[in-house]
Structure formats: structure tokens, C-alpha cells
Design a protein around this ligand. Structure first.
Ligand SMILES: Cc1cc2nc3c(=O)[nH]c(=O)nc-3n(C[C@H](O)[C@H](O)[C@H](O)COP(=O)(O)OP(=O)(O)OC[C@H]3O[C@@H](n4cnc5c(N)ncnc54)[C@H](O)[C@@H]3O)c2cc1C
Length: 372
């Protein structure tokens, strides 16, 4: 959020204040001459986020068509003594970070759909708009180019700008770092409304401030995200532990193995030792079609919380099965193997299916609370 600390101050009469604000918003809209638009009435979505803890009504919900529109809005706010501006990706913050109380919220998803694969010194990058959803980036990169970003979030209905403003962490971060470490260049609209290209070599202060900067140092309108060849398939395994020490020891062992002798994805989660549909055993199977987790395998001595290690190996259709088996053969990995051998769940899935299915699972998990 680009903060302009002075708040929008009006009289105490709520009705006349609302009418004044709508007038202010409409005149701002006319004055800005945007290629996009500003919604002064239907601002509901802009005042909510995933957390559902805060709700602030903005003055207007801006739908910028391009970087020029973003710059015009920021410049207008800069000229005003009391307007705040916030970029909104897909609103998956939990603490009101993408809101502006009686300010302008910028709907980054409405920006024009820019997507191009470019090469810098031979390395491929996806040049995408800040409002693109990662799930769309995935589909385009894999299906059209056979390429994929190196570092993901688990859940892909998040925007490029939204996660690059945080970190962007998932099971590949142990090898490639977070998403913020996999970007060559950004286009950023600064707090003065300038459109600046930045990278490690060009305007590096802005580059490193915008990455992980929660939108406080500028609005990311484009990013060049590093790609690598996409695998055809993944062997995807979840194993369950009763003891945290064994779970964490195995996780550490897996992330420190040599790259050619190790999984490509390592992540863990905690779940309840119960039949709770969202947080218990039903959340463990990899696929809704798969046999349910069998709780009779859990020893009577287990506590109220269990641990699940999730690992995946990327491979090509042309790889010999024995090569894949050699890396994924858990008993030979010298893991703790207490509960593990008896309760591992395994699946071979197309690469994009594995990434997108997390979205599917999570949607099931959060369905009850999802109100946007
Ligand atoms: C269900 C769920 C699953 C998640 N899974 C993961 C995960 O696996 N890994 C992970 O790392 N995180 C995860 N997160 C956290 C998520 O990465 C952050 O909440 C992220 O900010 C949300 O992205 P968004 O596009 O919804 O951004 P928003 O919530 O809309 O915005 C987030 C922040 O970034 C700013 N912002 C948005 N767009 C831009 C832009 N273009 N330029 C500059 N600033 C901008 C906003 O002002 C705000 O401060 C998850 C969150 C949820 C709710």
C-alpha cells in the first residue's frame, strides 16, 4: 500500500459524506481520463480480503487497463492531501493489506493480459503482468512452451504482483529460493507515479525494495519470472508421522541431499488426529479418488496432532522407471520409517495437474469460510 497518511476527512453526517465521496470519486474518474475505469459504487470486493477480519470501504475501485492508468491514479493521489492508494491482487491477504480506507483500491487483475516468453542470455523468462494469476501463468508456460517457473506457491489463485510483494514460498523454495529470488526484472510504478524498469543491475534499490515490499515501495505492473523446462510427470508421495522430531529430521535430510539424488519438491504440514473433514485424516489423500487414509494404522500412543511430509520427483515420460524408483524408494533413503512405511500415499500425476490440484484441495478446505 502506498500510504498517504492523511485520511479522507468529511463531516459527521454519514449520508452526506457518502454522497460527497461518490461525487469526489466521479469527478476524479472524469479528470483522470483512464483507459480503464473507476467503480465508485460497486466497491464491495475491494473492501474485503481472505482473512475477513477487516473491512474498509474504499472511495473507488480502480480497474486500470495498463501501467499508464496505474501511474495516473498514483499521481492523482500524490496531488491530493488525503487520498490513499492500495494495489489489490487477488485479495488473499488476511490482515487488510490490500485495502484503502476511503482511498483508491487498484484491481491489478483488470490490467491488460500481457504474456510473452523472452530469453536473457539464453535463459527463458515469462514476461507477465503483475495482475496475472499464477495458475494462468502455469497453464500458458507448460501447455504452450513446455516451460515452467522454478519456484511456486502451493496455492495458485494468487497474483504475480501479490506474491512477489510477499515472498512466494512452496516445496521448491529449498532449492531455488522463494519466488522473489527468481525474477530478473520488474516494471514498477513508484509512489511518484513514475514507471520504472528495475533489476539487480538497473535501479537495484527499487528492485529489491519492491520484491517482498508489500506494495509499500511501488506497484509491480510487469515481472520477468525465470523458467525452466517443465517435467512431464511427477511422482508424488505423502507420508505420515506421529513424532515431530522424526518428521523434521527427515525433512532436513531430504532438503540437503544432492540435487540429482533428491526430490524436487519437499514440504510438510500438520493435521489433526481426527476425522475432521478439513483438518483431519480426510485432508491427507492426494486425490479425492484415492482410497481414504486408514486411521487404524495410527498407533494408540499417537498424540492429537500428526505430521505429513509431502515430496515429489519430477520426471520425463522417456525416463526409465528404475531411475524414478531409485530416487523415490523411501526405505533406501534412511528416513525414520516408523509410521512411514505403512502409511505412505503415492501417485504419478501430470506436472500441471499436481500443481493445480493443490488449488483444488485448498478450495475444498477453505470452502466453508470463503465469502469473496
Ligand atoms: C489460501 C491461501 C493460500 C496461500 N498459499 C501460499 C503459499 O503456498 N505460499 C505463499 O508464499 N503464500 C501463500 N499465501 C499467502 C499469499 O501469498 C499472500 O497473501 C499474497 O499476498 C496473496 O496474493 P494476492 O494476489 O491475493 O495479493 P493481495 O492479497 O491482493 O495483496 C497482497 C499485498 O501485496 C500488495 N500487492 C498486490 N498486488 C501488488 C502489485 N502488483 N504490486 C505491488 N504490491 C501489490 C497489496 O497491496 C498487499 O499489500 C496463501 C494465502 C491464502 C489465502
Amino acid at each position: 500500500m502506498i500510504a498517504y497518511l492523511e485520511r479522507f476527512v468529511h463531516g459527521n453526517d454519514v449520508e452526506s459524506r457518502q454522497a460527497d465521496e461518490e461525487d469526489d470519486c466521479s469527478s476524479l474518474c472524469d479528470a483522470l481520463d483512464l483507459q480503464g475505469s473507476i467503480d465508485c459504487v460497486a466497491t464491495g470486493l475491494a473492501g474485503k480480503d481472505f482473512g475477513g477480519v477487516y473491512s474498509f470501504k474504499p472511495l473507488g475501485f480502480v480497474k486500470p487497463a495498463n501501467s499508464d492508468d496505474v501511474a495516473r491514479v498514483v499521481k492523482a493521489a500524490l496531488r491530493s492531501s488525503n487520498l490513499t492508494v492500495a494495489a489489490r491482487g487477488n485479495g488473499h491477504s488476511i490482515n487488510g493489506q490490500a485495502m484503502a480506507d476511503r482511498g483508491l483500491v487498484m484491481d491489478m487483475r483488470s490490467m491488460e493480459d500481457h504474456f510473452q516468453v523472452v530469453r536473457i542470455n539464453g535463459t527463458p523468462y515469462a514476461d507477465v503482468s503483475g495482475g496475472a494469476l499464477w495458475e494462468d501463468v502455469l497453464k500458458r508456460c507448460v501447455l504452450d512452451f513446455g516451460l515452467a517457473p522454478r519456484s511456486w506457491t502451493d496455492y495458485l489463485s494468487l497474483t504475480v504482483g501479490g506474491t512477489l510483494s510477499n515472498a512466494g514460498v512452496s516445496g521448491q523454495a529449498f532449492r531455488y529460493g522463494p519466488q522473489t529470488s527468481n525474477v530478473a526484472e520488474l516494471e514498477v510504478v513508484t509512489g511518484k507515479g513514475d514507471i520504472i524498469i528495475c533489476s539487480e543491475a538497473q535501479n537495484p534499490q527499487l528492485f529489491f525494495a519492491a520484491l517482498g515490499g508489500l506494495g509499500q515501495f511501488g506497484i509491480i505492473t510487469r515481472a520477468k519470472v525465470e523458467l525452466q523446462p517443465a517435467p512431464d510427470k511427477v511422482r508424488w508421495i505423502r507420508v505420515v508421522y506421529t513424532e515431530f522430531e522424526e518428521f523434521s529430521r527427515d525433512a532436513e535430510l531430504l532438503v540437503t541431499r544432492q540435487e540429482n539424488d533428491s526430490f524436487d519438491y519437499v514440504e510438510g504440514f500438520v493435521f489433526l488426529n481426527s476425522d475432521d473433514p478439513s483438518n483431519g485424516w480426510p485432508s491427507v489423500p492426494l486425490d479425492p479418488q484415492q482410497a481414504p487414509f486408514d486411521p487404524s494404522r495410527i498407533p494408540a500412543t499417537a498424540g492429537s496432532v500428526l505430521y505429513c511430509l509431502e515430496v515429489a520427483l519430477h520426471y520425463r515420460d522417456t525416463d526409465h522407471p528404475s531411475t524414478v524408483d531409485a530416487v523415490t524408494n523411501l526405505p533406501t533413503l534412511q528416513l525414520s520409517l516408523n509410521l512411514l512405511q505403512r502409511s505412505s500415499l503415492k501417485s504419478n500425476a501430470p506436472y500441471d495437474h499436481k500443481l493445480l490440484s493443490f488449488f483444488f484441495f485448498l478450495f475444498l478446505l477453505v470452502g466453508e469460510f470463503w465469502t469473496l
